[in-house]
Design a protein around this ligand. Structure first.
Ligand code: ATP
Ligand code: MG
Ligand code: MG
Length: 377
């Protein structure tokens, strides 16, 4: 089978690699150039976009911010999976929040702001502190602002007055005092079956995911069931096919949805070593109409993102259970260049392996690793 993926980054690359043993050939599209590329070498393919669309059995996405003309082109062929409504909901926070509200899914209270003059009134209604998010094109914490208290209103209004909120409104939402962030990665097949990975715990630094622990420690049956029920509601409403990720804030025993990602997700990278079938294979299985693979846990795994720092050493690979996935990108500050998956049969061993890894890494690029590894013990 042939799959075409909109987006040519590491997620398309990992889908390509997962497709090889299944005999599924993956091509990628650089959506800024409307150009078909090889997902590994990034070199242009010898086919036009129209030919590749025609040739593909299925078209999918590795990120949600796909230009509308490309989404429509794929949608018209009937090959786009997940469907256009799901992708648009992931790309537009107004649509996303309205979807959550229409399904009665708990999320942070919010207002849509289309004119900066509305800010004082919104602050009055929601109270403080608040998080403001551009409704489109935000990722890794970009396009976000914090409002601690009323005294921030005038400075923030000035900064936002340079933006066209009429075209791209801002979501103003309550800052949630969560105990931790968790996410659920799951998959729905073309025939409506679900498979879920266990909830994982995510740690962010400056808006970017740095570390995922799978499974999340101290997950009750109740929390896993809450997450799966929310996932099912969303996926059924969207007639979803493929891998979907739902990010949550945990507040006591309740999960609030932060956002959804209609694709394979960074917090699912641990599945490449930690689960029976990885998220990339399961996404391909789902969108190609094949049976889903088992999502069973193989071993506790921590995923450590390699951000901004450009190399790895033999010493790291010598750590038992430590695997590297290197994306072949040029190093740049805040750029995700690869990730480590560190697996172990118990939490204490996982902790000591992570501490060993930490010794070989620059502290400034991996600021959370040491304390989180120690806390696992
Ligand atoms: P991603 O790369 O996950 O797509 P993003 O740019 O879409 O990131 P969010 O996931 O909305 O951004 O926010 C990034 C991080 O900022 C969250 O993981 C969380 O740590 C923090 N954050 C966002 N919204 C809130 C909120 N309402 N209350 C508290 N913290 C928040
Ligand atoms: Mg996001
Ligand atoms: Mg997020």
């Amino acid at each position: 089978m042939k799959a075409l993926v909109y987006g040519g980054g590491q997620l398309a690359r990992m889908m390509y690699l997962a497709g090889c043993p299944l005999g599924i050939h993956v091509r990628a599209v650089d959506v800024n150039k409307d150009q078909v590329i090889n997902p590994i070498s990034k070199t242009p393919a010898k086919v036009t976009l129209a030919e590749a669309v025609d040739d593909a059995d299925v078209i999918t996405v590795e990120f949600e911010h796909v230009p509308e003309h490309l989404l429509k082109l794929a949608d018209e062929t009937g090959k786009l999976k997940p469907g256009i409504t799901a992708i648009r909901a992931g790309a537009d926070r107004v649509k996303e929040k309205n979807l959550l509200a229409s399904l009665d899914i708990p999320t942070s209270e919010f207002r849509v702001m289309s004119n900066v003059s509305e800010l004082p009134e919104i602050v009055e209604q929601l109270g403080t502190p608040l998080v403001l998010k551009a409704s489109r094109d935000g990722y890794d914490g970009y396009g976000q602002w914090r409002l601690k208290d009323k005294s921030d209103i005038s400075e923030l209004s000035l900064a936002l007055s340079k933006l066209d909120l009429h075209t791209v409104p801002i979501i103003v939402e309550k800052m949630i005092n969560f105990s931790r962030e968790v996410s659920l990665v799951g998959v729905r097949s073309q025939t409506g079956e679900f498979a879920f990975y266990p909830l994982v715990e995510n740690h962010h630094h400056e808006g970017q995911l740095h570390l995922t622990i799978a499974p999340a420690p101290q997950i009750t049956e109740n929390l896993q069931a809450q997450a799966e029920n929310i996932f099912k509601k969303l996926a059924e409403e969207l007639d979803y096919v493929g891998v979907l990720a739902v990010e949550f804030f945990q507040v006591e025993e309740q999960l609030l949805v932060n956002e959804i990602a209609p694709r394979v997700h960074n917090s699912g990278h641990w599945t490449m070593q930690g689960a029976d079938t990885c998220q990339f294979e399961n996404h391909l299985r789902a969108v190609c109409g094949l049976p889903l693979g088992s999502t069973e846990l193989r071993s506790a795994t921590a995923m450590v993102n390699i951000i901004g720092c450009g190399s790895f050493s033999r010493d790291m690979l010598a750590i038992p259970g430590c695997h590297i996935h290197w994306y072949g990108k040029t190093a740049r500050a805040k750029r995700k260049l690869g990730h480590f998956n560190v697996s172990a049969s118990d939490k204490a061993t996982l902790s000591s392996r992570l501490l060993e890894l930490q010794k070989h890494l620059p502290e400034e690029s991996f600021p959370l690793l040491k304390s989180l590894a120690e806390n696992l013990q």
